[in-house]
Write a protein that binds this ligand. Structure first.
Ligand SMILES: C[S@@+](CC[C@H](N)C(=O)[O-])C[C@H]1O[C@@H](n2cnc3c(N)ncnc32)[C@H](O)[C@@H]1O
Length: 207
């Protein structure tokens, strides 16, 4: 496995849902692509994937737009399987991963590379005009949320840009099938070349 310059030694301690090989793949693609334009991720949580993308973008003087309302997905809510009490704002009775996200981005030295968009996916997309070199979808995993992310953002990919979709599970027992559904839609659209899969990360190139 290749070394990533400046990857924080304690990246394993950044809370998140991204495997090492998936992070490496995001980094390598972003390194190739970010010279041509910015990268946008949907679903930053505490910034694990953002750090991999950000380190690549920094080498090209590019930008990662890190989109997340920071209120958590269904599975992060109080009482759900992936709830983290440390990310819960009891006063407001809401999840809030933004503080943790900001701290992690700052400690990784990426304040000038990462532009947080603290908003819902649909609202952030409404007036979006900027062509994107790479789109990484790792937001809400309900079918409605995944479809919204696909419809709102893939149209902004430049030709030759890469669409990455996280949490593809062949077996429904391993996890929800919504990411897989949009992955299949993309593959059957005729708009993408299949770049294969790394672990649960699917990669497609916009033709
Ligand atoms: C699985 S986590 C992202 C994990 C992250 N990529 C990592 O590397 O650890 C999904 C994130 O999507 C966010 N999210 C869910 N639905 C969203 C929506 N409609 N708009 C914006 N963010 C959303 C949640 O707040 C949550 O932080």
């Amino acid at each position: 496995m290749s070394m990533i310059p400046d990857l924080p030694a304690d990246i394993d301690r950044v809370k998140g849902f991204l495997a090492e090989d998936e992070g490496q793949a995001l980094y390598q693609h972003a390194l190739q692509l970010s010279a041509r334009g910015p990268v946008l991720e949907i679903g930053s949580y505490c910034g694990k994937s953002t750090i991999y993308l950000g380190l690549a973008c920094r080498r090209n003087n590019s930008t990662v737009f890190a989109l997340d309302h920071h209120r958590g997905s269904e599975e992060h809510q109080l009482g759900e399987l992936f709830h983290d009490p440390a990310l819960y704002d009891a006063d407001g009775d809401v999840m809030d991963s933004f503080r943790e996200f900001r701290g992690n981005i700052h400690r990784a030295g990426l304040d000038e590379v990462v532009v947080p968009l603290v908003a819902g996916s649909e609202a952030a997309a409404r007036h979006w005009r900027t062509p994107l070199a790479m789109v990484f979808i790792d937001g809400g995993h309900s079918l409605a949320a995944a479809l919204t992310d696909y419809r709102c953002w893939t149209g902004h990919l430049m030709r030759g840009g890469v669409l990455a979709i996280h949490d593809l599970f062949d077996d429904a027992h391993q996890g929800g099938q919504a990411p897989y559904a949009i992955y299949r839609m993309a593959r059957s659209s005729g708009l993408f070349e299949d770049l294969g899969r790394i672990n649960s990360l699917g990669l497609l190139r916009r033709l």
